[in-house]
Design a protein around this ligand. Structure first.
Ligand SMILES: NC(=O)c1ccc[n+]([C@@H]2O[C@H](COP(=O)([O-])OP(=O)(O)OC[C@H]3O[C@@H](n4cnc5c(N)ncnc54)[C@H](O)[C@@H]3O)[C@@H](O)[C@H]2O)c1
Length: 359
């Protein structure tokens, strides 16, 4: 078992990484929530079906609540249903919520825990690769509104995170790709370490290493005022590609963009960010090739899907919430990865066209 400490005030917590760490749940709860008498597990049907909820022991009176799947269920309605169930089951402020799932479950259950009785503790058993290396760590919880993703939420740090790599055995391939895209990102956030080293680690080491980087960034910038923006590396183009894909799906267009998983979009976004940094003379060709090697090493494509228009992507990127209505990108450079503001749209367009977009 590898332990990654997340140093946030006033209460740091541990992320336990390794095969079988879910079996530590009872001891972990006893240590972090000694007054708890009840545990409510919040999970999804696919995890129940995979049998992962049957062998989770909390040592307390234990209930399981199943929430819906996908971004539509990541809603205030789901949170409200959970809150009613918490009252019905008699959850007190000293008890504990256990989120058993991927980022969707930890975002929703973490948010319900944040606002119930003005905050009850929660432990996350992270079951997707993306959650283990990213979503479960850092205390950002919340839900979507019809108007947009993650518009409502709270910072509420978990009491502990269990990243059991055994759980990944039943993860659908598309979800594996999502996690790999984020892992590829971390390869470039670790200043001073050769980026390809990550590829040679075994899965437990990879997860622990990425979790460590996320923990470090969160500890230095819990409320996302600066450094935490680097976690957005590769995501500005990725969000634009996902927006195109969403629109294509909504209109029944079966385009390559409509098929992209989040992590696949991030992977392409990383290669694009490297090429843009090269165009701005921030890095050299070798560093661009390194990005391609890492992305390919995680079995992801470096190619922009066909049929995209550079101008449309630029408009979408300028609107990206985290870009603050300006063409801001997180880019590699001599000081490592950092936000770079007010980038010339012409250079962005040229880079996209070089990658195969229509002008
Ligand atoms: N809070 C944060 O810091 C943060 C960071 C990144 C992403 N997120 C959020 O995370 C969400 C995406 O999370 P995700 O990628 O983990 O996907 P997810 O939680 O939506 O899970 C994807 C699917 O896989 C299933 N699943 C999960 N674990 C499984 C397992 N071990 N075996 C079989 N099936 C399993 C789920 O039931 C679901 O159907 C998004 O809503 C995103 O906004 C949050």
């Amino acid at each position: 078992v590898r332990t990654v400490r997340v140093e946030v005030a006033p209460r740091p917590y541990d992320v336990l990484v390794g095969a079988g760490v879910r079996h530590e749940l009872m001891q972990v709860i006893a240590a972090v929530a000694p007054a708890a008498k009840m545990a409510i597990l919040v999970t999804q049907q696919s995890l129940v079906d995979a049998g992962w909820t049957t062998d989770l022991a909390t040592g307390l009176a234990q209930y399981v609540l199943v929430i819906g799947d996908g971004e539509d269920a990541k809603s205030m309605a789901t949170v409200e249903t959970l809150l009613h169930d918490f009252v019905r089951l008699g959850l007190s402020r000293h008890d504990v919520v256990v989120a058993v799932g991927g980022g969707m479950v930890s975002d929703v259950a973490g948010f319900a825990a944040a606002i119930f009785h003005r905050g009850v503790g929660y432990v996350t058993v992270a079951t997707t690769l993306l959650a283990q290396v990213d979503a479960a760590i850092g205390g950002k919880t919340g839900v979507n509104l019809e108007e947009g993703k993650n518009l409502v939420g709270a910072f509420h740090q978990p009491l502990a995170v269990l990243a059991d790599t055994d759980l990944l055995a039943t993860l659908p391939p598309r979800e594996v790709a999502c996690g790999r895209g984020e892992m590829a990102k971390y390869a470039f956030l670790d200043v001073g370490k050769p980026s390809v080293a990550l590829l040679s680690y075994d899965l437990d080491e990879q997860v622990a290493h990425c979790a460590e980087i996320k923990a470090r960034v969160v500890a230095n910038d819990e409320r996302e005022t600066g450094l935490r923006m680097t976690l957005n590396y590769g995501h500005t183009l990725a969000h634009a590609l996902e927006a195109v894909g969403l629109d294509d799906r909504a209109h029944g267009r079966d385009t390559p963009s409509a098929q992209l998983a989040h992590g696949e979009a991030v992977a392409i976004g990383l290669v694009f960010a490297a090429r843009l940094a090269r165009a701005l003379d921030r890095i050299d060709d070798e560093r661009v090739e390194l990005h391609e090697r890492v992305v390919q090493g995680f079995d992801l494509s470096t190619q922009l899907p066909s049929g995209l228009r550079a101008q449309e992507l630029i408009e979408l990127m300028a609107r990206d919430k985290k870009a603050h209505h300006d063409l801001t990108f997180v880019l590699d450079g001599v000081r490592g990865v950092e936000p770079v503001r007010s980038i010339d749209p012409v250079i962005v367009a040229t880079t996209l066209v070089e990658m195969g977009a229509d002008s």
